[in-house]
Write a protein that binds this ligand. Structure first.
Ligand SMILES: NC(=O)c1ccc[n+]([C@@H]2O[C@H](COP(=O)([O-])OP(=O)(O)OC[C@H]3O[C@@H](n4cnc5c(N)ncnc54)[C@H](O)[C@@H]3O)[C@@H](O)[C@H]2O)c1
Length: 436
């Protein structure tokens, strides 16, 4: 395929060489005259393992060239990859000026191009950028996005130092697209790579790099804080983290990675507090770890602010314990929500098939007696009746029976804290998830 690449920096130069090596004919476009002439002399514009040989070899084979002539690049190619810089502005925002300048340049040429053209944004951009990019082109051309042309998001996952290897072995290939025609072309561009191709919504693709890189920064900072605590205790932090990484069920796994409600129960809050106190006593600063509980409290506040406007309505809380399948009420976020709402005069009834007030004992009973002393008056055992008599239903744990009951209910507002496993309920007009 004939491809143009806007921006001949790290991402652009690696894409140029690697796409050519896979048999495509690629033309680079850059505002820098020196980068254009470097490519036209078979010289890479960056320092990176293997790239010098690839650029020299592909230049010799006639598959790569560069130009400052946008019209030549657009009119002779089917896909344009945009890999210009998106630096931080002084206030920390993303500076998208280079991106939108490219949109203007491409728009001016697309006006006179009759074939379908795909623009793939490879730079790291904020959600909404592809939409704005396509609006700029629509305004300049009078053409329609996803009909005459398509702007898709195709984020780059390479790391400098191993960029060529990362290009050929990405963790996945991500394409955010609303055009079938564009998706087909993009998929064929990467058909020689071993990675899974994921086609998704444009905005999902746009936010992925931020999510990935923020998580990578969090991983490093978490490991460093654990290391700092361990070294203060003369414990080998590398042995600790090696063992930590061996747990592929709970630690290095999708488990606990679903947006939803606050955590609770008898272990997480207690052990987090324990580690914080240990660090404090050792005079070791752990700002990331210290912030975890604050985020958790915020999630409960978020739930409460969603519920404020339902004052005066009949509210059903489905699930009181901190998760399905247990009667443990200690530090259950649901208990805190109920306690807060009751304190403000909300009309609440609760159903939880695992919680039998008379059978609660020990710390569990002490906890609930101290938070909601008259809990027994609020608990009901007939889920059907509760649902029928309520205006608002709050789902706060993932008991399977809730799916069956709520799938056949209509006209009730449902607020879901845990993302119930039912597309039918989720697609209901009166349904709202806490953060989806
Ligand atoms: N460097 C990385 O490791 C990496 C990895 C993944 C994603 N990214 C993202 O990819 C994007 C590019 O990063 P980079 O490191 O390659 O940037 P870079 O600064 O190395 O290269 C950007 C190039 O774009 C050119 N340019 C600017 N305006 C232009 C225009 N109007 N027309 C044509 N060319 C223009 C510049 O002259 C420069 O050569 C950024 O959004 C970055 O966040 C970078």
């Amino acid at each position: 395929m004939n491809i143009s690449i806007f921006g001949l920096g790290y991402v652009g130069c690696v894409s140029l060489g690697c796409l050519a090596k896979n048999g495509h004919t690629v033309v680079g476009v850059d505002v820098s005259e020196s980068k254009v002439s470097q490519i036209n002399s078979g010289i890479a514009t960056i320092v990176e393992n293997d790239i010098d040989e690839i650029i020299a070899e592909q230049h010799k084979a006639g598959r790569i060239s560069a130009t400052q002539d946008v019209a030549q690049a657009i009119l002779n190619t089917t896909i344009s990859i945009v890999a210009v810089g998106t630096p931080s502005s002084e206030k920390g925002h993303l500076n998208l000026d280079y991106i939108f300048k490219v949109a203007e340049n491409i728009g001016d040429v697309l006006k006179s191009k009759n074939e379908f053209h795909v623009i793939a944004i490879r730079s790291t951009v904020f959600p909404g950028t592809c939409e704005k990019f396509s609006r700029i082109i629509e305004e300049r051309t009078g053409k329609k996005n996803n009909i005459d042309f398509a702007v898709v998001d195709n984020p780059e996952f390479l790391r400098e130092g191993t960029a060529v290897d990362d290009y050929y072995n990405p963790p996945l290939t991500l394409i955010g697209s609303n055009s079938e025609q564009a998706t087909k072309l993009m998929v064929s561009l990467y058909d020689q790579l071993p990675a899974e191709v994921i086609v998704t919504d444009v905005k999902v693709a746009e936010i992925m790099k931020y999510v990935n890189n923020t998580y990578h920064a969090l991983k490093i900072s978490f490991a460093n804080e654990i290391g700092n605590v361990c070294s203060a205790l003369d414990i080998d932090s590398h042995k600790v983290m090696d063992i930590f990484c061996k747990d592929k069920q709970l630690n290095i796994s999708p488990y606990y990675f679903k947006p939803g409600f606050a955590y609770g129960g008898s272990c997480l809050p207690k052990d987090l507090k324990g580690l914080q106190t240990l660090a404090h006593d050792l005079y070791v600063s752990v700002p990331v770890i210290d912030s975890i509980d604050k985020t958790n409290e915020y999630q409960k506040q978020r739930a409460l602010s969603m519920l404020n406007k339902y004052f005066g309505k009949k509210i059903a809380v489905l699930g009181l314990s901190f998760k399905a399948g247990t009667d443990d009420l200690r530090n259950s976020p649901s208990v805190e929500i109920v306690e807060n709402l009751l304190g403000r005069g909300f009309d609440i009834q609760i159903y939880d098939k695992n919680v039998h007030i008379a059978k609660l004992t020990g710390k569990n009973k002490d906890y609930i007696d101290s938070r909601i002393p008259h809990l027994s008056r609020l608990m009901v055992s007939d889920l059907d009746k509760l649902v029928q008599e309520s205006d608002l239903i709050i789902i706060s744990n993932k008991e399977l029976e809730f799916v069956e009951k709520l799938e056949n209910v209509s006209g009730k507002t449902i607020i879901d804290m845990v993302k119930i496993n039912s597309p039918k309920i989720i697609s209901n007009n009166n349904y709202r998830g806490i953060n989806w």
